[in-house]
Design a protein. Structure first.
Length: 409
């Protein structure tokens, strides 16, 4: 991290490029510097601010009236952000989210447990058959990307015959590095949207007992007594958002967890001895190295915090990736400790109105992945020093991670 002597006030200034490989490899020294030296950090070249302390991030998440999502949640402003839930403000966000939570209820997500477990088992046993106890393979492509894809297709009720295409497009969306880029992502976005849109039209003509048909039929009255129903393109958009939000995050959390456990072997020993600790370990994985580190907002009015005034209509990033390493909230934050008394506010899923819709499902997927890994292959080993990363700002995690399963239990 480059600390320069160019001075703002009496403090040294840090150069922070959110697109740099240095940040992608290890964002935590940057966050530490910000929390201690500039809790409201102004990135001047790109003209955005970062809130990095736990209390500030948490409060800003709860204050959607000041910190608006309407210009999108990435560093750059986005047009049409309001087409997805993440980019909606009140009052539309309220009823739009209520519709989604009605259809994608906690019960519906809980009912997926046996499906998730079966898929995790099939994938792990399949890789064992292919590579044996000593064969090295990529945990990301052969396991962590695959599992949430199956799960999201099941959650959304995608018919069997379309799942291979959803897989293909979602993998295209996640492709990073050589040859991959925004064009490919856009193509995948359009491909998924088209697929969901056609399906909505089919279900409108011939309803089935599935989430799309439920959303088509759903009518919801908001606080003002106005009734809302979703159009075909809105339903397709909601599905696209779920497919993307529910896939990449989990796909990254699993290898991040494996790396943390490898780097803190005493924790791995504890988990191997008692897999009932896995769910609490998942909380710690998400605190220690959360897949979603920066949530973008735009100020609706001037705000002054820690002596810094952020003008109205400025981009502000809420750095949950930094909040979860704030020693003010978590003692010894850089230590991965599965027995830590973790904060129940789970800020790594966001907070306030935009709090993640898939919390329960995400936690179950990650937990089941590790429960099956420890039960079947207690000697599994990953090689963090050979993990590959690419510089992306929206989701943190590795693009590749070598793993060896070891002997079957
Ligand atoms: C480990 C996995 C996951 C993490 C760390 C995560 C994190 C987050 C975060 C931080 C937000 C808030 C963004 C903001 O405030 O700007 C969010 C929102 C959201 N997440 Fe997740 N997520 C995960 C998995 C999932 C899954 C599995 C699904 C779907 C099944 C999902 C669907 C959504 C949706 C639809 C929203 C938008 C909610 C709204 O705007 O009201 N997420 N997630």
């Amino acid at each position: 991290m480059a600390e320069q002597d160019v001075v703002e006030g009496s403090k040294p200034e840090m150069h922070f490029d959110p697109y740099s490989m240095e940040y992608a490899l290890d964002p935590y020294p940057f966050y530490e510097w910000m929390r201690e030296n500039a809790p409201v950090f102004h990135q001047k070249e790109m003209d955005f601010y970062i809130l990095s302390r736990y209390e500030d991030v948490w409060k800003a998440h709860r204050d959607a009236a000041i910190y608006s999502s309407a210009a999108g949640v990435t560093i750059e402003r986005q047009d049409n952000a309001g087409m997805i839930l993440l980019g909606k403000d009140a009052p539309d966000h309220g009823w739009a989210k209520a519709m989604m939570t009605k259809v994608f209820s906690r019960e519906r997500m809980e009912a997926l447990d046996p499906f998730i477990r079966q898929r995790a088992v099939d994938l792990l046993e399949g890789t064992y058959k292919k590579h044996g106890p000593d064969g090295e393979f990529d945990m990301v492509t052969e396991f962590s990307v695959e599992l949430p894809l199956y799960v999201i297709s099941e959650l959304l009720g995608i018919p069997e015959e379309l799942r291979a295409e959803v897989h293909h497009q979602a993998n295209k969306f996640l492709a990073r590095g050589d040859g991959a880029g925004e064009d490919l992502q856009m193509e995948a976005n359009m491909g998924l949207f088209g697929l969901f849109y056609d399906l909505v039209q089919k279900r409108r003509a011939d309803p089935k007992d599935d989430p799309i048909s439920l959303l088509i039929a759903l009518e919801l009255e908001d606080d003002q007594g106005v009734k809302h129903k979703l159009g075909d393109d809105e339903i397709a958009m909601r599905f696209l958002e779920m497919a993307i939000a529910g896939h990449e995050t989990v796909a990254k959390a699993i290898p991040s967890g494996a790396i943390a456990m490898e780097l803190f072997p005493a924790e791995k020993v504890k988990l191997r001895a008692d897999i009932s600790k896995v769910p609490q370990a998942v909380q710690e994985v998400l605190r220690f190295d959360p897949p979603s580190q920066l949530q973008g907002r735009c100020t609706t009015r001037e705000v002054t915090l820690h002596g810094v005034t952020i003008p109205a209509d400025k981009r502000v990033m809420l750095a949950t990736g930094s909040a979860t390493r704030d020693p003010r909230a978590f003692p010894n934050p850089d230590v991965f400790d599965i027995d830590r008394d973790n904060d129940t506010r789970t800020v790594f899923f966001g907070f306030g109105v935009h709090k993640c819709l898939g919390i329960h499902l995400a936690q179950r997927e990650i937990a089941i992945a590790f429960e099956e890994l420890y039960t079947r292959f207690p000697d599994w080993k990953v090689f963090p020093d050979r993990a590959t990363r690419v510089a992306v700002t929206n989701v943190r995690g590795v693009a590749g991670l070598p793993i060896v399963l070891g002997q079957h239990a």
